[in-house]
Design a protein around this ligand. Structure first.
Ligand SMILES: C[S@@+](CC[C@H](N)C(=O)[O-])C[C@H]1O[C@@H](n2cnc3c(N)ncnc32)[C@H](O)[C@@H]1O
Length: 290
């Protein structure tokens, strides 16, 4: 089948769900992934044809996309901070807002990293996107990453190998105080970072069905009556496990900026900053332990 014809079928079937622009980008991601054919090649060779089995692969992908399965799960991978990451249903698909958090940390610590070996802990690592991008861009750092999910940690380990970085992975529940003592053995950290679950059940109606039906709820949701449960536990942990002048970084729920900031104020952190993402929403919080 001629690829251009196939592209038209994608538009006919999917434009109403995703819009023309996004369908084009899905199609090009598929041609790159399944055929190793770049977008430019398709433009230069409009009559480019593919075999029957290759066409069938595209039709299978089309069916999944019609059911709103995220393209990243379909292709088994995505890009974060310019690096390749494997993903599957056990890990959250890394988000652009989280790239902003990583960028903030790298900008804040690259000088310090040249003169001293930073010790970093990422809590709720998922695909490993935060810890791995930090390890890659702060090459002197000693990086630890924890998650409660064995399956997520399997993916994160593959991603560390894929990106050629050395990270110590720990399976632990940050809400369990015993886990805190297990981590004490690792001594104290210069940086603790976390993008923990923060979406309240009451916000579920704002979540796209493709997220709700496919991404792990363990990574996303918290109870309405205690939405800051992870931030409280991690702040408490950071008070004990950050070095003096060590820094705590959070990605946060945009609707709970003030309340999350208050946790750091109450824990006597200094230089606390609540920062907005590119969409103008409260999204990042940082503070320094006295
Ligand atoms: C919002 S996701 C963040 C994943 C990744 N760091 C990112 O930014 O894309 C939250 C992660 O926290 C993990 N998690 C949930 N409950 C946890 C717990 N009690 N202890 C440790 N990790 C937990 C989930 O498995 C998930 O990987």
């Amino acid at each position: 089948m001629v690829l251009k014809e196939l592209q038209n079928i994608f538009h006919i079937e999917l434009d109403a769900i995703y819009g023309q622009h996004e369908v084009n980008s899905f199609f090009y991601l598929c041609t790159e992934h399944y055929l190793d054919i770049a977008r430019i090649q398709l433009t230069l060779e409009p009559e480019l044809a593919i075999t029957k089995p290759e066409t069938e692969t595209f039709f299978k992908a089309l069916e999944h996309l019609k059911q709103q399965k995220p393209i990243q799960y379909l292709l088994g991978g995505t890009e974060f901070f310019g690096l390749p990451f494997k993903v599957n249903k056990n890990v959250l698909i890394p988000r652009p807002e989280t790239e902003e958090l990583v960028d903030l940390i790298i900008r804040g610590h690259s000088q310090q990293n040249k003169v001293s070996k930073l010790k970093i802990l990422d809590i709720g690592t998922g695909s490993g996107c935060i810890s791995i991008s930090l390890a890659k861009n702060l090459p002197n750092a000693e990086v630890y990453a924890l998650d409660i999910s064995k399956e997520a940690l399997k993916v994160a380990k593959q991603n560390a190998e894929l990106n050629n970085v050395d990270i110590t992975f720990i399976e632990a529940n940050i809400l369990d105080e015993n886990c805190h003592s297990a981590l004490d053995a690792e001594s104290t950290f210069n940086i603790i970072v976390s993008n923990p679950p923060y979406v309240r059940n009451l916000e579920k109606q704002e979540i796209q069905p493709n997220v709700l039906d496919n991404e792990p709820h363990l990574a996303l949701f918290v109870e309405d009556d205690n939405p800051l449960i992870f931030y409280k536990a991690i702040t408490e942990f950071a008070v004990k496990n950050l070095k003096p002048k060590g820094q705590l970084y959070f990605e946060i729920n945009q609707y709970l900026g003030k309340e999350t900031k208050q946790l750091l104020v109450d824990a006597e952190f200094e230089a606390i900053e609540l920062l907005k993402d590119l969409n103008g929403n409260d999204r990042m919080l940082k503070g320094t332990k006295i």
